[in-house]
Design a protein around this ligand. Sequence first.
Ligand code: CP
Ligand code: NVA
Length: 332
Amino acid sequence: MSATGASTAGRPAAGARPGKRDLLSISDIASDLPALLHRAEELKALRRQHVLPRPLLDRNVAMIFEKPSTRTRSSFEIGVQELGGHAVYLSSSEMQLGRGETIADTARVLSRYYDGLVYRAFKWQNEEELARWASVPVINALDDREHPCQIVADLQTLSERWAGRFTGRRLAWIGDGNNVLQSLVLGCAAVGLDLIAAIPEGYRPSDEILARANRLAAGTGAKIRIVADPREAAKDADALYTDVWVSMGEEAEAAARKTAFRGYTIDDGLLDLARPGAFAMHDLPAHRGLEITDSVMDGDRQAIWDQAENRLHAQKAILELLIPPAVPRSTP
Ligand code: CP
Ligand code: NVA
């Protein structure tokens, strides 16, 4: 699909819905995060009581996926349905996108049917292209630069464990400076959570993301630090977070990455360096025995399954924030 991603001549069609908001980067919702996390926790509690608010009644959401997904696809599909809307899964390889139709044309057509577009893309430029031409909100379901919905769920998980307070806590990242880490840096900076990331040289987050994170951190007091040594990051941390060493689309680099990340494994020894009560996090899917051990994943010192569950609640809060309710329809 990347070949079809180039901008077409002309301008985006007029008619973007008034107040349309996209979620391409977690920094797009930086100031909404406290309320969003509160709402996600509320929606979780309501669901436990079998109460399902329906703000998306009569709303349709397309989910365009260029890459595989277990959690994001399922949690968005169920989330839209629980909010009263209708979700349609579209694999890009089965769309005309796969045969050369442009992203711009696709965006204009889908905006006539749907009230929101969820998009998992190989390239962040394609994400921006879809948002530029769509007249309805676009929600980033992962690209090569960010994974914002994951981080909203992760912040919800941390908020639950820490009674809603990020101040004075320290999160340690161990591993690749990838899409998940880049959203995490921005998310931590936005909510005032200190982050220390152990990342090998050559795999660090982009200067642009770090500069944006530092601007957000200036307003919240969060301290963001990148180091090389996993033990330095783990020491006195309240939680250790990791992700795969080889992200989707990087398969050709697998051998070099496995060498570069040797020693960046979350195991019991690394967790022992952290503060009492510290736990491991992973966005999943995990490669057990590489970035994290079986013992940590299957033990008590982890928040991994809560993270996965919270994708559902966090994304419901995101959908509710970004997709306006249907205008009441008059009977024909
Ligand atoms: N964590 C995450 O986004 O998982 P999926 O790739 O299964 O959606
Ligand atoms: N960094 C990983 C996250 C998977 C949810 C990837 O992009 O493949």
